[in-house]
Write a protein that binds this ligand. Structure first.
Ligand code: PLP
Length: 484
């Protein structure tokens, strides 16, 4: 073990000092003893240098989009330009207090207001609420809106939400939390909706359908207009899971496809560092006839004044104040720096990059869905199975080359799924390096299978017992010896 791989508590030496505070020129205040702790806090005591080395080393143990290529299907791990962070953390934004009056936060409110308009234009919706903290929470808000809409029309029998079996797991989960029964309809092999199965599920108890387009395997739902007509004819509403919007940017808008409600994953499509539970945001957009149901508060503009107000028929508030403000600032800067013309290139480039990889590797990896993919696609393991190398082995071997593994074993439709989403930000050289690496791994899988089977070789820890790591994680300081 390298010295600086130790925990900060192990580096600690009593009375070492790493800070230099100015002398206190305020009067001394005696706090009531019941406000004071009995013992000193057990904090590590290290020099500034030890502290810097500690955190630098910790950061190197992680993998991020700033470390290397990160083609994690379904997650849109695109690069987040630094200017987004820089502007989102300007003191005027970072130090604002949610309880200060609207009159002294007009700039901030204007950004909320304008961002909602940009998102409306980009998606073809009429209004947005920025109240929700994540994609899944946006789904819940959307479903609560669907419920309230039907109930307000005295239609209480609509208790079903249709979800295709290829849907992201959060869709049925959110619908259940919102109190609906789930009707699962079968998908075609390429994850698109099976229209006959859909027709069979339709009746006057259907509240709505949840759909993402392109779907979770990266295929465009080409029958979307027919799906939309069928749902609307039976009195239901159409919900768009906007997590895959990246593929459509500049090309198509869910609002034009007949969707009534949508959530967006700003942390995926509009550039906020995410993963590992990082900050998220799932604003909810609706067509005009639903705008009074939005979760609030929402920013309205009266002549030249911006105010936070709660929509008249709101489903309620879903965050304590105004949602995840820093994610909105980043999305705003991202949209403004790119501008309409460049945003229109995102979808086509993301799609081009995915198809470039797919076509370059399909002679080595099984391609179960042969049609044109959108921003992501799925391989089903190696074509040559003679040495029994699995998707897991390939994913682990990629780590040795400094490449993050694609999403593996999802979707469940295929036994060796390897789901690849390069995003639009990668250069041709990076894509070529990935293709070359995958080709080397495919070749080694046949001619030198042990090196793939035993991978990774160059990482801080080797192959973990994944079930044990998930069920029995050692996260306590005392157990550190067991890690080494
Ligand atoms: C990521 C994702 C979600 C969930 O979004 P969170 O922000 O993680 O809650 C929902 N649907 C699809 C298709 C996704 O890819």
């Amino acid at each position: 073990m390298r010295y600086y791989d130790k925990l900060i508590f192990e580096l600690s030496k009593k009375d070492r000092v790493g800070h230099n505070l100015p002398t206190n020129d305020f009067i001394d205040i005696k706090l009531d003893s019941k406000l004071l702790r009995n013992d000193d806090a057990n904090l590590p005591e290290v020099t500034e240098l030890d502290l810097v080395r500690h955190y630098t080393n910790v950061s190197l143990k992680n993998f991020g989009v700033e470390t290397g290529f990160y083609p994690l299907g379904s997650c849109t791990m695109k690069y987040n330009p630094k200017i987004n962070d820089e502007l989102a953390t300007l003191p005027g934004f970072a130090n604002i207090h949610p309880l200060q009056p609207n009159s002294v936060s007009q700039g901030f409110l204007k950004i909320y207001h304008d961002l909602a308009i940009y998102l409306s234009k980009i998606t073809g919706m009429d209004a947005y609420s920025l109240n929700t903290y994540a994609g899944a929470q946006g789904e819940l808000a959307g479903l609560m809106i669907i419920k309230k809409y039907h109930h307000d029309r005295n239609d209480f029998k609509r208790n079903k939400i249709i979800v295709p079996d290829s849907a992201h797991g959060t869709n049925p989960a959110s619908a259940t939390v919102a109190g609906f029964d789930i009707v699962e309809v079968k998908s075609n092999l390429d994850g698109t909706i099976n229209i006959d199965a859909l027709k069979e599920a339709l009746d006057d108890t259907v509240a709505g359908l949840m759909l993402t387009n392109p779907n979770t395997v990266g295929m465009f739902e080409k029958d979307i207009l027919e799906v939309s007509n069928l749902i609307h004819e039976c009195g239901g509403l159409l919900y768009y899971d906007g997590a895959n919007l990246n593929a459509l940017l500049g090309i198509a808008r869910p609002g034009d496809m007949g969707f009534d409600i949508t959530h967006l994953n700003l942390h995926k499509t509009f550039s906020t560092p995410h993963g590992g539970g990082g900050p998220g945001s799932g604003p909810v957009g609706v067509k005009g006839f639903l705008k009074d149901y939005l979760p609030g508060p929402v920013v309205y503009k009266y002549s030249d004044k911006y105010v936070f107000e709660t929509p008249k028929e709101t489903i309620g508030a879903l965050s304590s104040f105004y949602g995840n403000a820093s994610v909105y600032l980043r999305a705003y800067v991202y949209i403004r720096t790119l501008g309409e013309e460049n945003i229109s290139k995102i979808g086509p480039l993301a799609t081009l990059n995915a198809n470039y990889i797919k076509e370059s590797l399909k002679h080595l990896f099984k391609l179960p869905i042969k049609t044109h993919a959108m921003h992501e696609f799925v391989f089903d393991g190696l074509i040559d199975q003679s040495t029994n190398i699995k998707t897991l082995d390939i994913a682990k071997r990629l780590l040795d080359y400094g490449i993050h593994a694609p999403t593996i074993y999802f979707p469940l439709t295929f036994s060796q799924s390897l789901m690849i989403e390069p995003t639009e930000v990668e250069s041709l050289e990076t894509l070529d390096h990935f293709i070359e690496t995958m080709s080397i791994i495919a070749d080694d899988s046949i001619n030198n299978p042990q090196i793939v089977k035993n991978a990774p070789h160059n990482t801080i820890v080797r192959r973990l017992d994944e079930a044990k790591a998930a069920r029995n994680p050692i996260v306590k300081f005392k157990d550190i010896s067991k890690l080494t």
